[in-house]
Design a protein around this ligand. Structure first.
Ligand code: OOG
Ligand code: NI
Length: 463
């Protein structure tokens, strides 16, 4: 019998999710079409250089989704479903603490971790969990009602979880089971047609639209699916030309003359979708909710801890200058700050250990009998070794909070007079029941492996 491997399951799941989302949210299809057009144009204009951060095949198929759940128990189930697809929890994002946030969640991202798997299909899902125990958002009474409501619902049918466990254990599924698994998994993330309890939803909405989206209904859903584009500024212009109103900024690093680093994202606001609502007297009326939106992203080079500290520092400088010069466009301020402080070439990023690279012995250097230098910078400069950028596979907390925030209808409430509960990656690992991996450690491991290989090939050990 034909066996379907984990990466094929992952690719098929991403594909089917994309088809479902396109049927239900037509603006998503526009976003995908425009992204494809931009990518083709960039490929034509820049040639091989356009594929420096991933093959066009990978980039065209590449998506990330986002879901939100209510409890550690639900998160453990999510981990089983994504575990079946070879995706592990990576990174801890505390969106309660991101700038001016009123978003009561902590998050991680499920994604493949090793290079080969990422190259096959890098599908990832930003996954957030509500924090009902945080007294800045929920009082004791609402917390209790919320927890009771969440404890009583079932997001994933037992059959789906059983198939997921089988796929994770055997690293593949026989074709018929794979088909069943994919059907159930896609259905679990579809928007439910079940009537929404209007009064309960609105009670939560007064505290936070995110709390209502998560805890106001009996199911979860993909709330956006994000294609990857090679020129996000051009995409932004083209979407605007087509009359789709984007949020007013591109989040993350500015457009500038240096290399793309980390992640730039933008989105269009959630569209009002008709939903059945049950009113307190039991009748069902037609209402509208804004819960699903569109987002697009451009990915750049992964930064090291030092590079990331520089990024965060520059973000602070830009904030400061933007508040001093409110009439100047933030993008212009950011570009000027970056051009002053961020190294403008891959070579400099590598030499200053600000970004991660895969190092490979260069096949074109002729063997003239000379000994290679021991210093990595010199090896690269003299052409012994090539530095290929490692693409950033993760997310940015402040951008994520911005994406959440731009899609909330109400302002939300956060009682700053109260002390929040501190959560961290270790806590989240305990809640999920598996290690939340450190993204820096993953990139570093990839870089170090390549360096060890270079040292072996050039016989540098001992120098
Ligand atoms: C997740 C928002 C964060 C991103 O790309 O940063 C996100 C959500 O709205 O649930 O997806
Ligand atoms: Ni997103």
């Amino acid at each position: 019998m034909a066996m379907i491997s984990q990466w094929r399951l992952r690719a098929a799941f991403a594909e089917r999710l994309s088809r479902m989302y396109g049927r239900e949210v037509p603006a998503y299809t526009t976003l995908v079409d425009v992204s494809r057009e931009v990518n083709e144009d960039v490929l034509r204009a820049r040639g091989a250089d356009a594929e420096r951060l991933g093959s066009i095949g990978r980039v065209t198929a590449e998506r990330h989704g986002a879901i939100r759940v209510g409890t550690p128990r639900e998160l453990r189930q999510v981990a089983r479903v994504f575990g079946a697809l070879g995706m592990c929890p990576v990174g801890f994002y505390d969106l309660r603490e991101a700038a001016a946030s009123t978003v009561p969640v902590v998050s991680t991202a499920f994604r493949p971790v090793d290079g080969e798997e990422l190259a096959r299909n890098p599908f990832r899902v930003f996954t957030s969990m509500l924090t009902p125990a945080d007294p800045r958002f929920f009082d004791a009474d609402l917390r209790a009602r919320l927890e009771t409501f969440l404890a009583a619902r079932e997001l994933f049918p037992p059959e789906l979880l059983a198939l997921a466990d089988q796929a994770a254990a055997e690293r593949e599924l026989p074709e018929p089971q794979a088909e069943r698994f994919l059907q159930l998994a896609v259905a679990a993330f579809e928007l439910s047609a079940e009537p929404v309890d209007k009064a309960w939803y609105e009670t939560l909405e007064r505290i936070s639209a995110v709390a209502a989206d998560i805890g106001g209904v009996h199911s979860t859903h993909i709330n956006h699916l994000t294609p990857r584009v090679l020129d996000i500024d051009e995409l932004y212009r083209r979407m605007t030309e087509r009359g789709i109103e984007m949020i007013d900024t591109i989040q993350g690093p500015p457009a500038w003359k240096g290399p793309d680093v980390l992640l730039r994202q933008t989105s269009f606001r959630a569209l009002a979708e008709t939903r059945a609502m049950r009113t307190p007297d039991g009748s069902v009326v037609s209402g509208a909710l804004r819960v699903r939106f569109g987002e697009v992203e451009a990915r750049g080079i992964a930064l090291t801890r030092e590079g990331r500290a520089l990024y965060d520092d520059l973000l602070g400088r830009v904030d400061e200058q933007a508040s001093q010069h409110p009439s100047e466009p933030r993008g212009d301020i950011a570009r000027a700050v970056w051009e002053r402080h961020m190294p403008g070439s891959e070579l400099e990023l590598a030499a200053e250990a600000l970004a991660y690279f895969t190092y490979r012995v260069s096949p074109d250097r002729t063997r003239d009998g000379s000994r290679p230098p021991a210093d990595l910078g010199a090896l690269v400069r003299q052409g012994w070794v090539r530095a290929e950028p490692i693409v950033y596979e993760d997310f940015l907390p402040r951008s994520a909070a911005g994406i959440f925030q731009s899609n909330l209808s109400g302002e939300g409430i956060r009682d700053t007079g109260r002390q929040g509960i501190a959560y961290d990656a270790a806590w989240l690992s305990g809640a999920i029941g598996r290690d939340v991996l450190d993204p820096f450690a993953l990139y570093e491991r990839q870089q170090n492996r390549s360096l060890a290989e270079v040292a072996r090939a050039l016989d540098l050990t001992g120098t």
